[in-house]
Design a protein around this ligand. Structure first.
Ligand code: ZN
Length: 259
């Protein structure tokens, strides 16, 4: 019988080699092949799932001897969603192994527990699972208008829907109402769930909602935003890219406004 490490070596697989939010691509594709084709330390590789019947493995770039050309995961949004999600997973586990090197409980040194996919303290044995930060993202509609904001961190001037982190002790619906109010001064109603997307920058879970305008006048919070406006759905500015839940929310709202 083959050991786990030997199986990794013998089979063709997809290889997610990650560092921060970056991932190794070869000619724009996720590398696929046997570990020895690329000289990878297959004994350390961890399987995260399958894509089209081919196993998908994660390794940290720090454990590879060669210089690899890395690409931001943000530039991989056009990949098929099931593969993109596995790549995101690798990035998030990579982030876990980088940021949870010491036990938050006792300060001891953590190591990766391969069976649990968690970090484990060598002293007190506590398991530390990867942290996920819940975030809401919401498209607000007023008749045939959509509320969009511009963030100083988006250098290309694109607009997108309102988003923010969930606070402790808050429901998702309360978070939606609070974020829209804080960032734009608008009160919303008819808040309903739309869908979700893990967002590995570094470890958020975006939970998408639709909402309708209720009351209030637009007063952008310029400490957070560089602009916020109601846009006619027929005259939108450059918006969030394809493959993001923000884009899916925007397109859904356009279809609602036109129906
Ligand atoms: Zn500990």
């Amino acid at each position: 019988m083959l050991t786990k490490g030997e199986t990794n070596r013998m089979n063709a697989a997809y290889w997610c080699i990650v560092s921060g939010s970056d991932i190794w691509l070869v000619e724009g594709e996720l590398p696929k092949g046997m570990a020895q084709d690329y000289g990878l330390p297959y004994q350390q590789a961890i399987q995260l799932g399958h894509y089209e019947n081919t196993p998908v493995y994660w390794l940290n770039e720090a454990d590879i001897d060669a210089e690899l050309e890395l690409t931001s995961l943000r530039d991989c949004l056009h990949f098929p969603e099931p593969l993109f999600l596995l790549m995101s997973k690798a990035v998030q586990y990579g982030h876990m192994s980088q940021t949870l090197r010491f036990c938050p409980q006792c300060g001891g040194r953590n190591h990766l527990n391969h069976n649990q996919l968690a970090m484990q303290c060598g002293d007190c044995r506590t398991l530390h699972y990867p942290r996920i930060f819940p975030c809401i993202i919401v498209a607000v509609r007023k008749d045939n208008q959509l509320l969009l904001a511009q963030h100083p961190r988006h250098r290309n001037g694109m607009y997108t829907v309102i988003a923010g982190f969930v606070e402790v002790g808050e429901t998702l619906e309360q978070c939606v109402a609070r974020e829209v109010k804080e960032e734009t001064g608008i009160d919303v109603t008819n808040i309903r769930y739309f869908g979700s997307q893990p967002w590995a920058f570094p470890s958020s879970l975006m939970m998408g909602f639709l909402a309708d305008y209720q009351s209030g006048t637009l007063k952008p919070d310029y400490s957070e935003l560089s602009d916020a406006q109601w846009f006619d759905v027929n005259q939108l500015p450059p918006v969030a890219p394809e493959g993001t839940i923000a884009r899916a929310l925007i397109e859904h709202t356009i279809s609602l406004a036109k129906s």
